[in-house]
Write a protein that binds this ligand. Sequence first.
Ligand code: PCA
Length: 326
Amino acid sequence: MKRRIFLAASLATGLSLALNAHAATQWDLASAYPAFNFHTQNLEQFAKDVNAATQGQVKITVHSGASLFKMPEIKRAVQGGQAQAGEFFMVSFQNEWPLFGLDGLPFLAGNYEDAWKLYQAQRPALEKKLDQQNMKLLYAVAWPPQSIYSNKPINSVADLKGMKWRVYSPTTARIGELVGAQPVTIQEAELSQALATGVIEGLITSSATGADNKLYENLKYFTNVQAWIPKNAVVVNKRAFESLPKAEQDAVLKAAADAETRGWKNSRQVDADSIAKLKAGGMQIVEPSDQLRAGLAKVGDTVIQEWTAKAGDDGKKVLEIYRASR
Ligand code: PCA
C-alpha cells in the first residue's frame, strides 16, 4: 500500500515535471544592431536574467544584426506576432506617431539628465500608444548623444550644403533639407558600405555607432554637437506577454527594469570609450564653433515648431511636462 502511494506520487511528480518542461516559453527577439553593440549586449543580459528568474521557463533568443527582421520591419513584426519581442529605433517611426520622434528633436535634450527627464515625460503616452498597437513596452535605452561625422571640417551649417547626408528619421531628413544637403536613408547595417561606395559623405549619429562601424576608415571629423539623445525601445507582443503566468510576467518586468537602469548607465560609459576609439582610429574630435552652434540652433527651432504643429495637444502636453521637470 505504502509502495503504491509512493509510486502514484512519483508518477504525479514526473508528470508535472514533464508538463513544466513542455510549458517552457520560447521568444524570438529581433534586433538590428551588431552583437557587440552595447544595446545588444544589454539584451543578452536581459535574456539571461529572465531565464534565471523563471528557472528556464522563459527563454529569449536575441537575433542581432537585423538577421531576423530589418530595423524598419521589427516593430510591425512584434505587433503581428511574427517575432514575440524586438528592439526598434523609435525616432524612425515619427511619421506614424509624432511622439515616437520626441527624442530626436534637436537641442531639446542633449545630455543624459535631460534625456532621462524627457523619457519620463514621454513614457505614459508611449506605453499607451504601444498598448493600442498590441505591444508592451519593456524598456527603453538611450544611444549616446548624436554628433556630426564628415570628411571636411564643418564650421557652419553652410559646410553641410550639397553633402550626401545619411538620414535615419523624418527629422534628420528635414534637417538635411533645411541645410541644403541631400538626404539619403540608410540603415545602420548598411552604413559602412554606403560610406565606402560614396553613397553618403556625412551623417549625424552617436560615438558608439561611429566606433562600431569604424567610421574613421572613411571619415575624418567628428563634430561634437550633441544634438539629441534618441532611444531604442524593447517591446513584447501583448498576447505573448499575457499568456505567461503572473509570476513569470513579473520576472520579465523586473529584468526589464534592471536592463533599463543598466543600459542608461552603460550608454554614458560607452560614449566616453567610443570617443576614445574614434580618436585612436585617427578621427579628429572637434568642438563646434559658435557659428555652427547658432546655425544648428536655428534649424532646430524650425524643426521643433514643425513637429509641435503636427504633434497637436498630446505633443504639447508632453513638452510642457518635460519643461516643467527640468
Ligand atoms: N545609432 C543608430 C541609431 C542612433 C545611433 O546612435 C544609427 O545611426 O542608425
